[in-house]
Each structure stands twice: as structure tokens, then as C-alpha cells.
Design a protein around this ligand. Structure first.
Ligand code: AKB
Length: 315
């Protein structure tokens, strides 16, 4: 049975990952940690520690206290926030990652951290972006993600640490809203559809980006971490995606359930420029071949589920 330390446990991925891992591995074996506490199930239903990931000693002590054998490092600043505060992003995203990898090395722990479609740049092939391709991102977030992928590979080849990762697309979820990402419009649109039957998108029509529903993203993490190491030709990080769409397509899908839904646009130049530098669609075939990645939800089934869940939650 694994004993897992999760950083950033109150974030968009972390908060649902904790619940899933506790179901799979037992509540006591999943140690949630975050820089803040909140009145959430994550904190109540199993071990929780306050942890600033830029404090190496604190992370080391937490891992030691619980004798962890797996670290899932989720704490990071997303793309738009990182562009607004590049120095903070470097310190948090890279400083936190180096600390987490060092703790994994000292404890001989298996290691997961997410990369992103943000690790690609404007010169990367835009359609069906291959697993192994040009990565010259033009954002601080992208620079962090490419450096992070390389660093995780380095810890595997140099120290034998079992590092694994995926390049997540935009993640859509109905539990914890994301904050400061470029793909956040694809989450906000569902909340606003339920609350006000209208949404003003900060990403322009015609802008395609990859997306995935949160249950598929969580399953991907578990499947990759359980995968037979001998099958892995790649490690950091696998392309994974479930769908690629542009804002008009989500709006059209929402209108099948809420016919009066109205979509407007007020494009945010910073986030639009980031989106323009990312792929339209990525190719997940390495993940499919090497560890059986699959996604259950497409745009239609995700939209139906999002609207049902948010209706129950917000109305
Ligand atoms: C963001 O938009 O910054 C993230 C991502 C795609 O990594 N959701």
C-alpha cells in the first residue's frame, strides 16, 4: 500500500485527487498538504499538514513524519498568474519542484508532478502535437514546465528516482474552481450558464485548446503511477487529452441543455496571447501505448455532467 504526500492539496486538481487517492489507498495513507487551511473535506477526512513548498526542511520533515513512499507535487502557479508575477512563479514553481524532488531522493519515493500543454510554444507543430517535439515556450509558466520535465528526467537518470508526469490540457471540474489559468474560461462558462444563462469569454472564438474532464485526469494520474515501469519509454511528461474545442463549440453544447444561453466576448490580450502560443490539439498516443491511457468523457458527456452537478450545487 502506498503512503502518499500531496502538495497543493486544496487546489483545483489536489482537492479532488485527495478524495480519489483516499478511496484507492485508504484515508490514513494520503497526507494532504497546502500553504493554507480551509474548511474542506480534504482537511477533515485524513491527515493534513500546513506546508510551504519553498521551505525544503518543512517538506522533508513532513515526508519523514508520515514515512511517505510517494510524492505528488501539485503546488504551482498557473499560466496567467505566472505571467503577471514571473519572479514569484520561478521561485514557487521551480523552487517547490526542486525541493520536492530532493525530498523524493532522500526518501527514495516515487514522484509525480504535472506538466502542461503550456510546455509547448509557438514553433511547436500546432495540430496533433507529437510526444517528442520542439518545446520553446514563450511564457514563464511554459519555461517552468519544460525545465520541470527535464529536471524530473534528470532525477530519474541520475538518481534512479521513479519520476512520472503528464502534460495536462485545460482541466474542467465542478468541485474547486481553477485560478489564474488560460483555460479557465472552459470552467467559468458552466458556472455562469447555470447562474446567469450568459458568459463573457476572455478567450476569442476560433481558439482551439485541448481539454479533459477532471475524473479522467485523476484516473490518468493513478494509472500512470501504477503502470509497469518496464513499459515506460517516456517519463516526463506524457501528452494526455480528451478533446480539443473552441469557445463557440462549448456554447453550442450548453445550448442543447439551456437554449437561451448567450455567449459574449471581451478578449483578454494576455491570456489570448498565451492560448495562441499553445497547440490546437496534442497527440496522446505514447500514453495510450505505454500505460493504456484513455478518457471516458467527450465534450457532450462532460457538458451534460457539468451542468447536472452544478445545477445541484448552485440552485
Ligand atoms: C493553465 O491554463 O494555465 C492550465 C494549463 C493548461 O496548464 N490550465
Amino acid at each position: 500500500m502506498k503512503r502518499i504526500l500531496v502538495t497543493g492539496a486544496l487546489g483545483q486538481i489536489g482537492s479532488e485527487l485527495i478524495t480519489k487517492l483516499r478511496k484507492e489507498y485508504g484515508a490514513d495513507n494520503v497526507i494532504a498538504s497546502d500553504i493554507r487551511t480551509a474548511d474542506k473535506e480534504v482537511v477533515d477526512e485524513g491527515p493534513f499538514e500546513l506546508l510551504n513548498v519553498t521551505d525544503a526542511q518543512q517538506m522533508y520533515d513532513t515526508a519523514k513524519k508520515y514515512n511517505v513512499d510517494t510524492i505528488m507535487h501539485m503546488a504551482a502557479l498557473l499560466s496567467a498568474k505566472a505571467e503577471a508575477s514571473p519572479q514569484l512563479a520561478w521561485n514557487l514553481n521551480m523552487g517547490g519542484l526542486v525541493n520536492a524532488l530532493e525530498v523524493a531522493r532522500e526518501h527514495g519515493a516515487q514522484f509525480f508532478t504535472p506538466s502542461s500543454i503550456g510546455s509547448f510554444g509557438p514553433d511547436t507543430p500546432k495540430k496533433l502535437t507529437p510526444q517528442d517535439t520542439l518545446q520553446r515556450p514563450t511564457t514563464m509558466y511554459g519555461v517552468n514546465k519544460v525545465a520541470g520535465e527535464l529536471l524530473c528526467d534528470y532525477y530519474f537518470t541520475r538518481f534512479g528516482i521513479d519520476t512520472r508526469g503528464v502534460r495536462f490540457p485545460g482541466l474542467v471540474s465542478n468541485v474547486t474552481p481553477p485560478g489564474g489559468g488560460t483555460t479557465d474560461y472552459a470552467v467559468e462558462i458552466y458556472y455562469e450558464a447555470i447562474k446567469n444563462k450568459t458568459y463573457t469569454s476572455f478567450i476569442d472564438k476560433g481558439t482551439y485548446m485541448d481539454m479533459m474532464y477532471m475524473p479522467d485526469a485523476l484516473q490518468a494520474i493513478v494509472d500512470l503511477m501504477e503502470a509497469e515501469p518496464a513499459r515506460l519509454k517516456h517519463r516526463n511528461a506524457f501528452n494526455v487529452t480528451a478533446m480539443s474545442f473552441e469557445p463557440e463549440q462549448v456554447a453550442a453544447e450548453i445550448r442543447k441543455h439551456i437554449p437561451e444561453f448567450v455567449m459574449n466576448y471581451a478578449v483578454d490580450p494576455t491570456r489570448q496571447a498565451i492560448a495562441n502560443s499553445w497547440p490546437d490539439s496534442i497527440d496522446p498516443s505514447a500514453a495510450i501505448e505505454e500505460w493504456g491511457f484513455s478518457a471516458a468523457y467527450d465534450l457532450s458527456s462532460m457538458t451534460k455532467d457539468m451542468l447536472e452537478k452544478l445545477k445541484a450545487k448552485l440552485q
